[in-house]
Design a protein around this ligand. Structure first.
Ligand code: ADP
Length: 353
């Protein structure tokens, strides 16, 4: 039996919860889990494999002796027994080149559960889409740059031209710069999606914050916005790609400044909790209505199209932040009150020394 993608992995835990709630017998629950196209492996509180559904048996039989799969399953289950859940991708070559996604869940009774899903098709489709976007963006970069230069030349000869031509030429320059920014962000997003984490280096959180604030400061000063930041010890370290992490925090700071009124304050807070560091970018700006909160991380989603345009936004900043967080095994969240401000929190695993 080949694992298929149509069933989301959460369904497994929902099935168990519903079965418990309705006092369904163990046999019925096993039958239900055996019908799932996702592999399910249940571990007891001592870390021993307790039960596998049919789809999991197929994977385990097919991949018998696959060192990486065995290692990942054992590492995920033992972490889940200690309450740390995570997701990994493992490439296997039998029967054909496949990518398996393994997700772990801690069970309330002290055991752990792994869900194994074949995500090969999803990954291929994502790659084709990302490749297409990267190629087309790359092709557009040169002609758009040329258009901006030509329009700048026309605007530069303004004395000899009438004011309408000058106005329109300046307009073309502004719009070309806008398209160039969108192309840059599309390329950045494609790179982050495609490459995952290009490097696995030790990245100091202090250095990331200093770099990001440095990049945004000129715009903040122009709007008389003061950016303050919690002090962080230099030895607070995450592992990953420094360039991506700086890009994520810079995007959050840029937004905090863009969507605040002149003279406001922006604060960057840092907190620690069970192996994670949370970088919170807090503003007292326009805020976001609750119905938009789930969607702001989508590509090109803007709450206020006009304001985003006016402030030079591309609609891709938060999509970049979300991908960087995912690449580093973290997440990004937002809480916001319209008219009072927003807090975007980037939560990242810290390197355990
Ligand atoms: P943009 O380039 O338009 O800012 P983003 O992806 O960075 O695109 O953000 C998506 C949308 O989320 C923005 O257009 C804006 O409506 C909203 N948004 C993001 N950050 C904030 C913030 N700090 N305060 C209020 N609205 C925000």
């Amino acid at each position: 039996m080949k694992l298929r993608r149509w069933q989301r992995a959460e369904t497994v835990t929902e099935t168990i919860a519903e079965a418990n709630a309705d006092h369904v017998s163990l046999t019925q629950m096993r039958t239900a889990l055996n019908a799932l196209p996702i592999g399910v492996v249940i571990y007891d509180a001592g870390g021993q494999e307790w039960w596998l559904n049919r789809a999991a048996h197929v994977v385990v039989d097919q991949q018998r002796g696959h060192a990486e799969l065995t290692r990942e399953m054992s590492s995920l289950s033992s972490k889940a027994l200690h309450g740390r859940t995570s997701t990994v991708l493992v490439n296997v070559d039998r029967p054909l080149g496949q990518t398996l996604e393994i997700r772990s869940v801690s069970l309330i009774n002290g055991g752990a559960l792994l869900m194994i899903e074949d995500v090969t098709e999803r990954i291929i489709t994502d790659r084709v889409r990302t490749d297409f976007v990267a190629n087309i963006s790359h092709e557009l970069k040169t002609p758009v740059g040329a258009l901006a230069l030509l329009a700048e030349t026309i605007a530069g000869e303004a004395d000899e031209l009438d004011s309408d031509v000058q106005r329109l030429a300046r307009h073309i320059v502004e719009e070309s710069h806008r398209v160039a920014r969108i192309i840059d962000d599309l390329l950045e997003l494609a790179k982050i999606e495609f490459d995952g984490i290009a490097t696995q280096e030790d990245v100091s959180v202090q250095a990331v914050l200093a770099d990001a604030v440095g990049r945004v400061n000129a715009v903040a000063v122009a709007s008389k916005i003061f950016i303050s930041s919690t002090e962080v010890d230099a030895d607070v370290v995450c592992q990953g790609d420094a360039r991506q992490l700086v890009s994520a925090v810079t995007n959050l700071c840029e937004n905090a400044v863009k969507y605040s009124n002149a003279g406001a304050e922006v604060h960057i807070g840092v907190a620690f909790e069970s192996g994670f560091v949370t970088i919170s970018v807090i503003d007292y700006g326009i805020g976001i209505e609750s119905e938009h909160l789930d969607r702001v991380f989508e590509r090109f989603y803007r709450v206020d199209q006009a304001r985003s345009r006016q402030t030079g936004g591309t609609g891709l900043g938060l999509a970049i932040v979300r991908h960087v967080a995912a690449n580093h095994g973290g997440e990004v969240n937002v809480v916001s009150t319209p008219g009072e401000g927003s807090t975007f929190s980037l939560r990242l695993p810290m390197k355990i020394r």
